[in-house]
Write a protein that binds this ligand. Structure first.
Ligand SMILES: Nc1ncnc2c1ncn2[C@@H]1O[C@H](COP(=O)(O)OP(=O)(O)OP(=O)(O)O)[C@@H](O)[C@H]1O
Ligand SMILES: [Mg+2]
Length: 282
């Protein structure tokens, strides 16, 4: 129960709806596209390397550079997706609270305030998503500039070589293969990044797989005797209660006896722990 007490409902809602939705519908496709695109790029590279191994001289630095760019991009992009996930919870929370409190909000004519807060939360949530989008464009732009540079440089070198070094058919084939290698390469990296962004949802749901469980409902070795309770005596000795591990003590050592058959009233100012005491007895 402490999980439900300490976790806002919006956070649970967003994991079981939005994140599971991404895991069920988007991740499989992203995985498929990533695998397909990466195999395609590797395939293109393989064919080109067999036809002329010199292509490796150009492709290897390109792959190293692209991987570094990708790593640089992913560090920010993943964090942006995480922020997007956490702010989504705040949004869902506000929405569910507003819906359940609609009558009170209307009674006090606070619709405008709640709408304004809603819009602020929407902006906060959409911001990181947009930045993630922009970061992806940043990466794609650099990858495309890189591959365009390599391709045009190759074409330039081929044009500079003395006539007859390569047959025109070979030049055409090499360039078109190079082009398709570049395109498939950029496409593959784009898909890998997309997958990495969506995997954040798996990470978020996975956090809920490791919640500490409550103690077992019945502890066989602690079962009271069948004739229990013989008479309704209750004795508390130095009862201390806190709601969670690191929370402050709510009851600071209560010692008292309730005799069987007595009717007891517990008096205290608000928040003094009356409900906590009766809860502890149950
Ligand atoms: N589920 C909970 N998780 C954490 N703290 C709690 C929880 N329920 C109560 N508390 C805290 O325990 C303290 C005692 O609360 P409790 O509800 O037992 O008081 P009370 O005497 O019943 O108050 P009231 O007169 O308002 O019913 C308060 O400081 C409250 O904030
Ligand atoms: Mg109470």
């Amino acid at each position: 129960m402490s999980f439900f007490v300490s976790t806002p409902i919006g956070r649970v809602l967003s994991r079981v709806s939005l994140d599971l939705n991404i895991i069920d519908l988007d991740v499989p496709f992203a995985l498929m596209f990533t695998l397909g695109a990466s195999l395609n790029a590797l395939n293109n590279l393989g064919v080109l390397a067999v036809v002329s191994w010199e292509v490796l001289l150009v492709s290897m630095p390109m792959i190293v550079l692209a991987t570094r760019l990708q790593r640089y991009y992913l560090a920010s992009a993943k964090e942006l997706m995480r922020i997007n996930g956490t702010t989504k919870s705040a949004l869902a929370n506000h929405l569910s609270e507003s819906i359940s409190g609609a009558i009170t909000i209307r009674a006090f004519e606070q619709e405008d305030r709640f709408l304004a807060k809603y819009l602020v939360l929407v902006d906060k949530n959409a911001g990181p998503y947009f930045y993630n989008f922009a970061a992806t464009e940043w990466l794609i732009q650099r990858l495309e500039i890189m591959s365009a540079t390599v391709l045009s440089f190759t074409a330039f070198v081929m044009a500079l070589l003395p006539q007859g070094t390569f047959s025109p058919g070979f030049v055409g084939m090499a360039l078109s293969y190079g082009l398709s290698l570049n395109v498939s390469f950029v496409f593959s990296i784009q898909n890998q990044c997309n997958l990495a962004n969506q995997i954040i949802s798996v990470e978020r749901v996975n956090q809920y797989m490791e919640i500490q469980s409550e103690a077992a409902e019945v502890l066989e070795e602690n079962r009271p005797a069948t004739y229990w309770p013989k008479d309704g005596n209750v004795e508390l000795r130095n009862l201390k209660i806190r709601y969670r591990k690191d929370a402050p003590l709510v009851l600071h050592g209560i010692t008292c006896k309730f005799k069987g058959g007595d009717k007891i009233g517990i008096v205290g100012r608000t928040e003094s722990g009356k409900t906590t005491l009766i809860g502890a007895l149950f």
